[in-house]
Design a protein around this ligand. Structure first.
Ligand code: ADP
Ligand code: MG
Length: 303
């Protein structure tokens, strides 16, 4: 069978069965934004994300594109650490490039990565450099840390919670919500969190899967980025915004906290409900108020 038949998500499911259950000191293995390892006083977080030429970006021969790619690669990793409520610490970086790539291009990728790394006190402590005949590959593995009492996962959403999001959707711009994520974690008000790297709907589906609940997203509430369509806002991806749940009665408290301390607008886009009769986990209310099945949606590799 080919990868295109089953797609990225089923493949990961198969692989995680082969790998088997995680055990101590691993607290969370495959299935969340980061792996979580038990530490002294804190948990250690690990994530990895890769950008591949012509899959995640195309080169146009303009001056600043390489540093932008480096920055994006780092932002994607930081976003996964943020989604667990933690802060980033150390990174290793793997670069694959064609023989005729200019030295400056690779150095510029690093300048881009380092602009974000320095801002968040991340040290790059190693990596690997290889030739890649088909084009550029940038892969970052990022470590982070979180106080045990502030860890947020995808699996804590409860019926009666509302679904909140930072920022706007469909623009595809790599945000960086580390500050907001830390405020959310330290408030101890949220029950679950994920970053939207594969689209808003996909993020909600992942929270539902991990928390064994359903969700209802109301499209008319979804904050849409300038120039984007509702379809793009629901299924687009690479916004790296935060999608999180909070008991309904505490939602406005968290919204005003983020507004007051970070001038960050948090929008309610739906609610957590029980699973449907058919076992499907997510519902989407269409323009006429009719509920349609959400299923997976979002970006999926190999499909
Ligand atoms: P994210 O978008 O948050 O980076 P992914 O959708 O890439 O997460 O991955 C989902 C989960 O599957 C994560 O826990 C990730 O670590 C795990 N995963 C992805 N690819 C692999 C792989 N090839 N082997 C083992 N685990 C994987
Ligand atoms: Mg993620």
């Amino acid at each position: 069978m080919k990868l295109s038949t089953i797609g990225e998500f089923k493949l990961i499911e198969n692989l995680s069965k082969i790998i088997g259950k995680a055990h101590l000191p691993v607290i969370i293995g495959i299935g969340d934004d980061c792996a979580v390892l038990n530490g002294k006083g804190t948990y250690q977080l690990i994530t990895t994300d890769t950008l591949v030429e012509n899959v995640h970006f195309k080169l146009h021969n303009d001056k600043s594109e390489y540093s932008a790619i480096g920055k994006k690669a780092m932002a994607a990793n930081i976003s996964d650490i943020a989604a667990m409520g933690g802060w980033p610490t150390f990174a290793v970086v793997t670069i694959g490039a064609k023989k005729n790539t200019s030295v400056k291009a690779i150095e510029d990728i690093y300048r881009g990565m380092l602009s974000l790394a320095k801002k968040h006190k991340i040290q790059i402590v190693g990596g690997d450099t290889v030739s890649s005949p088909q084009g550029l590959i940038i892969s970052i593995t990022l470590l982070g840390e979180v106080e045990k009492q502030y860890l947020l996962t995808r699996s804590g959403a409860k019926v009666g919670d509302v679904i909140l999001v930072t920022g706007k959707f469909g623009g595809g711009e790599a945000g960086n919500r580390l500050k907001e994520a830390r405020l959310i974690a330290k408030s101890n008000l949220a029950t679950s969190m994920i970053d939207s790297s594969d689209g808003l709907v996909r993020s909600a589906v992942e929270i539902c899967r991990a928390s064994k609940v359903g969700a209802r997203i109301k499209p008319n509430l979804v904050p849409i980025a300038k120039g984007a369509t509702l379809e793009q806002a629901l299924y687009g991806g690479e916004e790296y915004e935060l999608v999180f749940t909070v008991p309904k009665a505490k939602a406005s408290k968290l919204q005003s906290l983020l507004w007051k301390t970070a001038r960050s607008k948090v929008t309610m886009v739906g609610e957590i409900v029980g699973k449907g009769k058919d076992g499907k986990m997510v519902g989407l209310i269409d323009g006429k108020g009719k509920e349609i099945k959400l299923e997976n949606g979002g970006y999926e590799h190999f499909k």
